[in-house]
Design a protein around this ligand. Sequence first.
Ligand SMILES: C[S@@+](CC[C@H](N)C(=O)[O-])C[C@H]1O[C@@H](n2cnc3c(N)ncnc32)[C@H](O)[C@@H]1O
Length: 360
Amino acid sequence: MNNPFSATSAARFGTKFGRDVKARTINNKLIEAVLTSCEPRAKQLVEQVDSGGSQVSRHRAHTSVANAAVLARQVSALPVDNLSKMVVDPADSKPTEYALATGQAAVHRLRILDQVYGPGTRTLLQHCGLQRGMRVADIGCGVGMVTRLLADLVGPEGTAMGIDVSADQLEQARSLAKASGQKNLSFFQGDAVDTGLPHGSFDLVYCRFLLLHLRQPTAALRQMYSLLRPGGILVCEDGDLTSAGSIPASALNAFADLFGQLAPIRGVDYTLSRHLHRLALESGFAQPNIRIHQPAIAVGEGKSLLVLSVIEASPAFLDAGLLTLEELGSTVADMRRATEDKNVLALMPPMTQVWATKIS
Ligand SMILES: C[S@@+](CC[C@H](N)C(=O)[O-])C[C@H]1O[C@@H](n2cnc3c(N)ncnc32)[C@H](O)[C@@H]1O
């Protein structure tokens, strides 16, 4: 870097400056500038600071943006288009425990996630008792990747409803569903622990990568129990983020390290899938079935899931003080190199699949 201030000092500046202005907003916007390689946006930020800041503040803000731009170039080995799709807009961030992006910023990574886990999901749904004509719910549906699959599998005589707490996710889900031309699906905004939907209204309730993001996963499972009619089927898929990595060990192991450290800070359990069978039992399901599989990827787009997830959750890692902006830059660059190395086999989070019938 050929400028006098480090990127770390840029981040520190955000915090210091924020004692009298909005520190977190400034920090988040600098991070955003870094992750998007988006200097014009960073300059806009400086203009905002210019209109209210002192001479010293203005100088520091300009320096911070210069550092952010330098770091952005280091990190931007990933295609800029993809980065800008993934960026988290602080204005959109919700006061929830969810550490990843929502809305347009979430679509790219959730598509990749579906490439990795979708085949296992389809096989599970074909085995668990799902039938044409059923009424099914997909809770924590995100942008509706599985909701659309469910709508397809139940056919026009059945219905699929995607439920998510985030209006931004649902906006994307609705527009992707419209583009697919499917008519038998709908979306509903609600919290997994208390959807407000009538009890007994579904033949099958599904969720994927939801429970590990919740502070009250058992309450969500109990809610799923009550949403099912007697004889209805629960189908849950959840991953253990701390058991991802690579063979041989590589920079991709940062994924497990960072999420492992973040979980207690956010009050969630990213190893929840290890206990999913017991949690289903405790929530009223008498005889849950279980299967565990771990996708391993040497080459191809799916391999980028680990680095994309670290980039997407980076505002949460930085907020939690797990690493500096500078460390984030080098971690992402190292992870990207490992992703491109065909001798490194990426091990995705192992997926636990639990399915059970509601007896009575
Ligand atoms: C990792 S995404 C998974 C999306 C989708 N199930 C899939 O596999 O593509 C987790 C989703 O859970 C949603 N979510 C988080 N907390 C929630 C809550 N309390 N109630 C409902 N949805 C929630 C998030 O908004 C996000 O869309």
